[in-house]
Design a protein around this ligand. Sequence first.
Ligand SMILES: [Zn+2]
Length: 447
Amino acid sequence: MITAELEKMLDVLGRLVSRDSVRTAPEEGKPFGPGPAAALEEALAIAEEMGFRTRNMENYCGWAEIGQGEEIIGIAAHLDVVPPGEGWDTDPFTMVRRGGRVYGRGVSDDKGGVTASLFAMKRLAESGRPLNKRVRLLLGTAEETGSECMEYYAAHGEPVSCGFTPDGSFPGIHGEKGGTSMTAFSKHTAIISMNGGFVTNAVCSRCVTEIPSGAVDEGALRTALARTDLAGSTVTEQDGILRIDARGTAAHASMPLAGVNAAGCTMRALADAGMKDDFVDFYNERIGTSCDGSGIGLKMADDWGELTLNNGIVKTEDGVISCTLDLRTPVTVTEEQIRAACAPFLEDDRGRIEIGAIGKPLFYPADSPLVQCLYRAYVEVTGDTENKPMVIGGGTYAKHVPGIIAFGCGFPGVDNHIHDANEFLDIDELERQTEIYVRAIENLLDI
Ligand SMILES: [Zn+2]
């Protein structure tokens, strides 16, 4: 049943969706461009209409608050969205209601999270329950592009004591693997050029490679390519150059085995077809297609998951091939352990691998009070005891806001098409998310 309040929630969500908040070039006073700033202004206007105290922090972020007291329970949600991309059945920036669903960019990630959090706070404020702590919704505007918004909050805002970000999954994410970036470079290679991939945090799903015709037998190459997991490939010859166009399958870098790496398969096929080349050998030995870091001494795992390695972008500049590597390291592995384990494998005569940033993992034991408070709220509302708090390879605001973990707003087993065409949210889910967040805040008020 759609109550009057649920109608109000949908109205708020529609207003937020209508502000195209994809990050663009900075403008005066708008560090992430006009779109994210407009969405922040709208969200703060909505919060004021609901009777909350608000503050805009120079268009990096803002907050809306209820309650009194020293301590702050923080809810960190984001208003920026990823570009809509192709394939929408409706206008991505006009929220459309069909059956029991609403469609639009951000209805789930994370404007739905913002809406559920705002109304959970409203219900709490209206419940008459004395609030001995403040409850503050932090509204960020650059989560999808590096979370500078929360860095800004950390530098200029009051710290929160505990809380959550409604930007992951229920029943909560108590650990996020560390993110490490590396880049591999060729030293000498007969490959004329190799280019593929668009972003470091996705599997390189298409790769075009040019090699001298004499470097390998064309028939053997075709056979070798056909033996890989590639979705398709073509080999063409012109003016003494063999051109290989390999098509793999995209996937998020935190789950590289869900995809097929076009660059990795090409390297494998070149070797299998008999090409003798320093960088082909280096790549296959050190990076390969196993995605587990075994080639550089990093095959490691703990009780919460194993290390993953993804090659995202391959490009050739001045005859040097470079490959970006995005690694997700287990939550209990330290930077020192990573450096020590891979050191012997990073360079030889054929190629080298440079370590970029080694990011810290996030980890709260599953039985910690924060994780338990949130999990209990989920169970109380849904009755679901099958799904348990989890550890993921991705990263959320929880890494940027000390004291919080990701909690919702995605439900187990539901694919809301976030970052994809036709992103949607079930209207029932919006209501359930709000109920869970009311309980969660109540539980946090009690600790
Ligand atoms: Zn998000």
